[in-house]
Design a binder for this molecule. Structure first.
Ligand code: CA
Ligand code: CA
Length: 285
């Protein structure tokens, strides 16, 4: 009896103290805004994340205050479902293992104008279409019937660029598809490398020693030239499979990741001798 009173009192206290700062999320139109230092930061079952940083990773271990951006402003996050797998500190770049990149773009660099604010409109330049989409459960769904032998099209336009709340965090875009039958699959990513090199890789899920799904790389294109292409000769059905596009860093600037606009097409090829990347693969298994 006494215990239940204490519990009730604690719950009431918790409810009274629950004053997270939130409003509608501009990107998803559904998530609450949050600061990890709010207690609780999010409604039950959700965790406060800014890009790849979640929960305690948003709390400065020295000051116990919020992690701040370059301007000294505390990072404001979104309340989102816990990300798979259970390790909250796992970043999308660590989760999606692209393998070792062997070549880097060294030519003239153009600014893709995808970070910072437009001086005319005052708006953050990165549109953040369909974000966040960096981890399983957030991905852009391509369905269970990708087009087979389609007429070439420009593809769908996306951008690799950061959210205004975390301008230094790397962006990755994840697309998921399934197959009704074993299929040769092509992925074509179009971009100009002078605005920022992009990498693309195809993953399937495989159980690790603890029975947890982990991405296993099927094939990757880590070349530092215009456009990316993947060719998977005979993917077993049904999947699922994940196509991941990311910005890249370099040995000279390991903490700086490229941004760029790109278009992507994912499609099947009905004949083995059909469409091909023509020897432009790097890494993979
Ligand atoms: Ca993304
Ligand atoms: Ca590339």
């Amino acid at each position: 009896m006494r215990l239940s009173k204490i519990l009730t009192a604690s719950l009431l206290l918790a409810a009274a103290c629950y004053k997270p700062t939130y409003s509608s999320d501009e990107d998803a139109g559904k998530a609450f805004r949050c600061y990890a230092t709010d207690n609780p930061a999010c409604p039950a079952g959700l965790v406060c994340c800014v890009g790849e940083l979640c929960g305690d990773a948003l709390i400065d271990p020295v000051t116990n205050g919020p992690v701040k951006d370059n301007s000294g402003i505390p990072l404001e996050g979104s309340c989102v479902p816990p990300r798979a797998p259970s390790d909250m500190t796992l970043t999308p770049t660590a989760y999606w293992d692209f393998g070792v990149k062997g070549s880097y773009y060294t030519g003239l660099v153009n600014d893709p104008l995808l970070s910072g604010k437009d001086p005319d409109t005052g708006k953050w330049r990165c549109a953040r279409k369909l974000e966040p989409n960096d981890m399983p459960g957030q991905e852009v769904g391509l369905g269970s019937q990708i087009p087979v032998d389609p007429n070439p099209t420009p593809g769908t336009a996306y951008e690799i660029c950061p959210d205004e709340s975390a301008p230094d965090l790397v962006d990755v875009d994840v697309f998921k598809f399934k197959l009704p039958t074993p299929t040769k699959v092509m992925v074509r990513v179009t971009y100009k490398v002078s605005y920022g090199d992009l990498d693309v890789a195809l993953f399937r899920m495989a159980k690790d020693d603890s029975g947890v799904d982990r991405p296993q790389r099927v094939v990757a294109d880590l070349t530092a030239v215009d456009n990316g292409c993947l060719e998977a000769p005979n993917l077993p059905a049904p999947g699922p499979y994940y196509v991941v596009v990311r910005g890249t860093n370099s040995p000279e600037k390991p903490a700086t990741y490229t941004m760029n606009n790109y278009n992507i097409r994912v499609y099947g090829v009905s004949t083995p001798a059909g469409d091909s990347c023509v020897a432009k693969k790097d890494g993979g298994i």
